[in-house]
Every structure is written in C-alpha cells, then in structure tokens.
Design a protein around this ligand. Structure first.
Ligand SMILES: [Zn+2]
Ligand SMILES: [Zn+2]
Length: 415
C-alpha cells in the first residue's frame, strides 16, 4: 500500500489558504482599478507565488514515490512551493535553514549586535515602487556602520562583519521598509586581530545614515534639495536606529535565534482571523511602545493586496553580506587558509527541500532539516526504520522547466 507522507500541515484548512483561494481571481480582476495607483502594476511574480502556494503540498499537483529498500513499503511525498515571504510552511523552512547555515558558516564566535534602521513614513513609498532602492538602502546602513566603527576605534583599516536583512513589513503587515543588521560588535584588523567596539553614539550613526539616504534619494531624483531642507528643519526627521540587542561571543544559540528573527515571515497565521461571512481579516499583533494600535481589520481584497506587496521579485536578494562577512572577503580567506573554515557547499537560496539533493553530503543535510521541520525523516521507513529511496517523480503541473529538472534528478537517483 502507498501512503501519503508529510504534507505541509493541512494547508487547505488554514485561514491564509481560505482567504486567498476564494478571492484571488476577484483580486486580479479589480486590481488595476482599485490597487494599481497605490501599489503599482500587479507583478507577475505575485501571481506565480500565489498560484504555487495554492498547490503547495498538494499530492494532486505532483509527488515523489519513495520505497523502502528492505520491506518495499512505499510513500508519496508532495512537492513544496518554496514561496519565500509568503507560504508559511516553505518560508519557515528557509528561516530554520538560514539560522543554522549562518551560525555554522558565516558568523564568528564573537560579540554581535543587532541594529535596526528605520526611514521616515514619507520616504517609504519610493521603496515600494522601486524595489532596487532597498538594496541601496542597505548599502547606506553598512557604510554608516563602517565609518562610525572606524572613527570610534580611531583606526582606518578595521572592517566589521555585517549581515543585513531587508524587511518590508511592519507589525500589522503594513508596508514599512527597514533593515535588521546583525553586526560584529567590533572590527577585524588586517593583522587578524579583532577590536571590540566601545558603546557607539547611536545619534551620530543616525545622522550619518540619514545623510547617506537623503543623498541617495536626491541622486535617484526621488526628492529635491528643498524637500531635504524641509525635512531637516523638523525636530524629528523620522529616521531611527535601535541597537540595544547584544549577543555575547559564546552564545551561538542567541546568534541562531536572532538570525531566524531577522528573516522572519511578514505575517503569522496565528495572528490572523478570517471570516468568510463578512469577507474580512482581523490581524492582531503585540502592543509595542510607540505604536498606536495592535490590530488591523482588512477587507479580504485589501488583505491580499497588503500581503502580496511583501513578495520579493525573482532573484531579489533580501539578505546581504558586507565587510568581513562579504562573499569576496570570505572567498579570499578560504583561499589563503583553506582549512580554517568549513567548505560552504550550498546556500539556503538554492537548496531544494523536495526533491532531496544528489550528493551524499547535501542529502544528509536535507534529511536533517526535514527532521527539524517535520519531526520525521522522509528517508526512513515508517514501518521498519529501513532506508528509503526515491524511485520516481510524478509532476502533474504544467510547469516544464520543473519537469526537466525533476527528470534529471530522477535519472541521477536511479543510477
Ligand atoms: Zn521498510
Ligand atoms: Zn509552500
């Protein structure tokens, strides 16, 4: 008998699935008239991610057949959609993998600090209409951090290790572009020494960041000189930096949970209540100091518009590595001292959850992550605990590139 194993936890009964599945085509048909002005043209990536999400974990869309080598028991494994910043189950897998990967492969066992950089409300729409500005915004933060660290240490050669996660959402899923930075609390020197940073002046950092962001938006012709003058004349310019979260050097668990936090999903299903009869979504969040309310009510179409604004474009990198943690810097170190760091053989963006990767090492990692997420090992027989192997991929969706990649994987698994 063939048994279906480990579908994402009953996606069809979830409030997200219900709110989307019943209303997405209506959303598409009214989009131009109702949402285009405020949100820009409906992006193809939104359609694609939503449609894939609706088939995530659905055996009818395709599956892998897995058979036990010893007792020949068979199970079916549904494919996942990998919809980042949208599918709760797939995004959560990314979060867990990212947390582990970054703690093992990127971050050093040194003190770290989280910096959160916020921009004024009036500037936020520019980032909605031109998402490329988000990457440039993160460069502004990194430059400001580097300059002030060097100044504070009175050393022009030091480099901090910086990981920046761009978040486009606020607590109530509203469009609120800001940056979460995981930064070494000090700088690496060319001689290999690490200098710990004394307390830095957050106000100075804020004004450095503000200067860089305004210069960027002026160069990009989004704002004028007059506008900048006006903004700077206000007592509170709306730029803000928070840097009170610190992690000690021995606290690798702390680094991992902060990494998970900075990559978190724009919304949590536990916080949403969908009512089919009224066609509304109630979203509750925690009351935070400075926030005016801790809930929002959306019509279901407004909810879809709000939610899908956080889906990144294809290839858009929302996590960036700078300074000592940049790809260039890491590559150089690996070349100079190959034994010092473990080989980075995969990146979270590229890993496939289903089907499993081909190489032995990647396969090991894959099943470890699956165990972490599903508390079960798909490659262990539920009947006799024997080793299972994939015997076929059945893809029932019309997506040809996927079929091709699955076919090639199938080939390599069968040899
Ligand atoms: Zn078995
Ligand atoms: Zn999914």
């Amino acid at each position: 008998m063939v048994e279906a194993l480990y579908k994402p936890r009953r996606p069809k009964t979830s409030p997200l699935y219900q709110s989307i599945s019943g209303h997405f085509s209506e959303f598409e048909s009214v989009y131009e008239e109702r949402y285009q002005k405020r949100h820009g043209v409906l992006r193809d990536v939104v359609r694609e991610v939503v449609h894939k999400y609706l088939g995530c974990g659905d055996l009818k869309k395709g599956f892998a057949r897995i058979r036990c080598k010893s007792c020949h028991h068979e199970v079916l494994l549904a494919f996942s959609c990998k919809g980042r910043y949208f599918c709760p189950s797939c995004h959560q897998k990314r979060v867990l993998m990212f947390g582990e990967w970054i703690t093992e492969e990127i971050l050093y066992a040194l003190p770290h600090r989280q910096y959160v950089f916020t921009v004024p409300k009036m500037l936020r729409p520019h980032f909605r209409f031109d998402r490329k500005l988000l990457g440039k915004l993160s460069q502004c933060a990194c430059q400001a951090l580097k300059e002030l660290s060097r100044k504070t240490l009175n050393n022009e050669e030091g480099v901090p290790g910086v990981v920046i996660s761009i978040q486009t959402f606020g607590d109530l899923v509203n469009f609120h572009p800001h940056l979460h930075c995981l930064v070494t609390d000090g700088c690496f020197m060319p001689n290999g020494w690490f200098y710990v940073l004394p307390e830095i002046d957050a106000k100075k950092l804020e004004s450095l960041f503000r200067h860089k962001v305004l210069k960027l938006l002026l160069k990009e012709k989004r704002i004028s000189e007059e506008w900048i003058k006006k903004l700077l004349s206000w007592r509170n310019s709306g730029f803000n930096i928070h840097n009170q979260v610190k992690i000690k050097s021995h606290d690798s668990r702390g680094r991992e949970s902060l990494a998970q936090y900075i990559l978190r999903s724009p919304f949590s299903q536990e916080k949403m209540t969908y009512r089919e009869d009224t066609g509304t979504v109630l979203y509750r969040s925690k009351m935070k100091p400075g926030s005016k309310k801790n809930f929002a009510v959306f019509s279901v179409l407004d909810w879809i518009a709000t939610l899908t604004a956080h889906i990144p474009n294809k290839g858009e990198q929302l996590v960036r590595y700078y300074g000592y943690y940049s790809n260039v810097s890491r590559g150089k170190r690996k070349k100079e001292k190959p034994g010092e760091e473990t080989e980075v053989s995969w990146k979270p963006e590229f890993i496939e959850i289903a089907p499993p990767p081909v190489s032995k090492e990647l396969k090991k990692r894959w099943s470890r992550f699956i165990r972490k997420v599903y508390e079960t090992d798909p490659l262990t027989c539920p009947k006799c605990q024997g080793e299972m192997r994939i015997i076929a991929f059945i893809d029932l969706s019309a997506c040809t590139p996927r079929q091709t990649s699955l076919m090639s994987l199938k080939k390599s698994f069968n040899t």
